[in-house]
Structure formats: structure tokens, C-alpha cells
Ligand binder design. Structure first.
Ligand code: SAH
Length: 349
């Protein structure tokens, strides 16, 4: 009788790093996008990462003013659109703070739509249910209702979606892939990609240059833009980002409010990448939507009246206002797309 080697345990029983290492050992290195998707799915599914005790904080967690101003932004737009019945949608709502603050402020203007939250994490769904118990949850934007215009808000959502990286080699461009030695994950250049997929003006970048794209973000934006053009409504996306495509690696990891190596400890660090607002805007235009922005978050919140709101709340919110308007004022940007017959939203003068 020959000794048969013990079969490895089924992947479901392994922790994520071991599962990824095994997948790479069996099938070869995986694209950066697949690594990021697996890492973030595990990360968000297993914890509430927000707040001082967590890994990072976001604008709605810094101050109630952020959500309130977005609620008034939506109520004003809805009012000027003729007060139709609409659905309120938030993508990746975290603790549900933005929607809570927004709809509390908007209710005073008579705006009280049904709430739809697109969220994949069971842990965060539970947090959201404490604050917005009447919401309806969806795994995917495809599942959103089709019967009314949609007002869609996405704050720090697109930055969490997987990106693809292309790296310039000596002779041309390559997909960037993640290899694994023992338990060490490291990015390397993979298969060559045709020059035609690289924008003309970036093609001759020096060896080592990186271009990022986010097919997942483009896919979600395309679905939402088509829905808004068919059903009416508008979308507001706020995130840190740039107007690309551009050379530069922005993939980053944070843990405990500090930057970390994005290729270490997959699933235990928050992976994000800067959002290419030019591409998101182009998807909107190509789908027949009207586009406003991007503008800096500082200019956007100032146009919506954060100065007056901060004054009304008193000196205790001065530092919060400064963080939202000055510290996060230009790297963070706001972009809106809308049905072409809907009015131009506030904040994009
Ligand atoms: N918008 C919140 C939370 C930002 S963190 C805030 O500003 O505080 C990113 C959020 O997106 C989390 O709620 C996370 O669970 C969710 N998320 C990440 N990837 C997602 C995906 N593919 N589909 C739906 N939600 C996702």
C-alpha cells in the first residue's frame, strides 16, 4: 500500500492569508484587484472599523454637520425637481450616521423618503439597523427598486472598491499581480497588456510607473447612471481622489489610524485607493446623465452653508468644521450626476 498524502483542509476552514497563499500556490499569482477584493470583503465582514477605537474615521463620524448638509442638499434638489416620490439610497453606509443625520435635517423640509442601504457587511448592517431600523438592505445596486427616482449618496464608498494596477516594465505595460513566498505577499509584474489599453499620454512613462483603474467602480457607476437616466434622480459621491487617468500608486492600507503595507495581513487592514473622478464623470456622461463637479469638499460644504451651521452649533464644533473644510478640503472631492431634466444640485457653482 502506498502512503497517500493527507489532503489539505478545505479552503473554508482556513484564515484568509492561508486561503490566498493556497490559491496562489495552486493557480499562480492573482491580480491586485482580486487580492484587494478578497482582503476588503473579509475586513468589512468581520468588524466595525470606524471611530477612534477602530482603524479610521470618516466625515460623518467627525461631525453631524456633514450628514445634515447632505440631507439639506438632497431636500433642496428634490424640492426644485417638483417634490416627486423618491427613494433615498446610501452606498456603504458604515454606521448609518450620514443617513441618520441627513434625514433628521431633511425631515424639517418635508423630505422623508423610504431608505435603502447597499451594504455587504453583516456586522455593519447590524450597526445600521440600530440607527435606521426601517431601512431596506441590498447586497448590490442591481437590486435597488425601479419604481421611483433615486437619490443616491456614496461617502468613502468607491475608495474601498478593488482597483487593478498596471505597471510599466522596460519594454511595455504589465498587469500587476500578487505572488506569495511562504506567507509573504508581494506585488510583481505579470502578463503583458496591450499598449492600446494605456492612455496615449501615459504610455511612455518610465519603468516602474503604475496606473490604477477601478473596473468595479465603473461597473457600479454605469448601473446607477442608467437607473437615474431611466427613473430620474441624482447621485452624490464624495471621496478622496483625482481627475485621472494618471501615473501613481494610491493603494494604501490603514490600521489603528496609521499607514501600513497593503500587501501584509490581508483582511486585517483597510485597503483603499484614490477615486478617479474624471472617469466616474465620463461614465455618467456616456450614460446620458448630466454631471456636476468634481469640486473640493471644502468648497462644496462652504457653498452648502457649513459656516452658518457651525456658528449655530457654537464654538465646540470649530475644529470639526476646520477638519471637514480645510484638512479634507481639496483632496476630498464631490461629484454629482443627475437625470438631464433634474435641476443642477447645490454646491457646484
Ligand atoms: N460611508 C461610511 C462608511 C465608509 S467605509 C462613512 O463615511 O462613514 C466603506 C463602507 O462600504 C462600509 O460600510 C463597507 O462595509 C462598505 N462596502 C465596502 N465594499 C462594499 C461593496 N462591494 N458593496 C457594498 N458595500 C461595500
Amino acid at each position: 500500500m502506498t502512503d497517500t498524502p493527507a489532503l489539505p483542509p478545505p479552503p473554508g476552514d482556513l484564515a484568509l492569508p492561508e486561503r490566498l497563499a493556497r490559491a496562489i500556490a495552486l493557480g499562480g499569482p492573482i491580480p491586485v484587484s482580486q487580492f484587494m477584493a478578497a482582503a476588503n470583503a473579509h475586513y468589512y465582514a468581520t468588524r466595525d472599523p470606524l471611530g477612534t477605537a477602530g482603524d479610521f474615521t470618516t466625515a460623518p463620524e467627525i461631525s453631524q454637520m456633514f450628514g445634515e448638509l447632505i440631507g439639506l442638499w438632497a431636500a433642496d434638489l428634490w424640492d426644485r425637481a417638483g417634490r416627486p416620490d423618491v427613494h433615498w439610497v446610501e452606498l456603504g453606509p458604515g454606521r448609518g450616521t450620514l443617513t441618520t443625520d441627513a434625514l433628521r435635517a431633511a425631515a424639517r423640509a418635508g423630505f422623508a423618503p423610504p431608505v435603502h442601504l447597499v451594504e455587504t457587511s453583516p456586522v455593519l448592517r447590524a450597526r445600521q439597523a440600530e440607527r435606521v431600523p426601517a431601512a431596506t438592505w441590498h447586497d448590490d445596486v442591481e437590486d435597488l427598486p425601479t419604481d421611483r427616482p433615486l437619490i443616491v449618496i456614496a461617502n468613502e464608498f468607491f475608495d474601498a472598491l478593488p482597483i487593478r494596477q498596471l505597471v510599466r516594465g522596460r519594454a511595455g505595460w504589465h498587469e500587476r499581480i500578487v505572488a506569495c513566498q511562504d506567507t509573504l505577499f508581494l506585488p510583481i509584474a505579470g502578463a503583458a497588456v496591450p499598449d492600446a489599453v494605456i492612455p496615449d499620454d501615459l504610455r511612455d512613462a518610465p519603468p516602474g510607473a503604475i496606473i490604477e483603474t477601478s473596473p468595479a467602480s465603473v461597473g457600479i457607476m454605469r448601473v446607477l447612471a442608467a437607473r437615474i437616466v431611466a427613473q430620474g434622480g441624482a447621485l452624490l459621491a464624495i471621496d478622496y481622489g483625482y481627475e485621472g487617468p494618471a501615473i501613481g500608486e494610491t493603494l494604501q492600507a490603514v490600521r489603528g489610524h496609521a499607514f501600513a503595507n497593503p500587501f501584509e495581513e490581508p483582511g486585517e487592514r483597510d485597503l483603499t485607493a484614490h477615486v478617479d473622478f474624471a472617469t466616474l464623470g465620463l461614465v455618467g456622461t456616456a450614460s446620458g446623465a448630466s454631471v456636476a463637479g468634481p469640486v473640493g469638499q471644502g468648497a462644496f460644504l462652504t457653498a452648502l452653508g457649513i459656516g452658518a451651521r457651525a456658528k449655530a452649533l457654537g464654538p465646540r464644533v470649530t475644529t470639526d468644521r476646520d477638519r471637514l473644510v480645510d484638512d479634507m478640503g481639496t483632496l476630498f472631492k464631490a461629484l454629482s450626476i443627475r437625470h438631464p431634466a433634474w435641476p443642477q444640485p447645490a454646491g457646484f457653482a
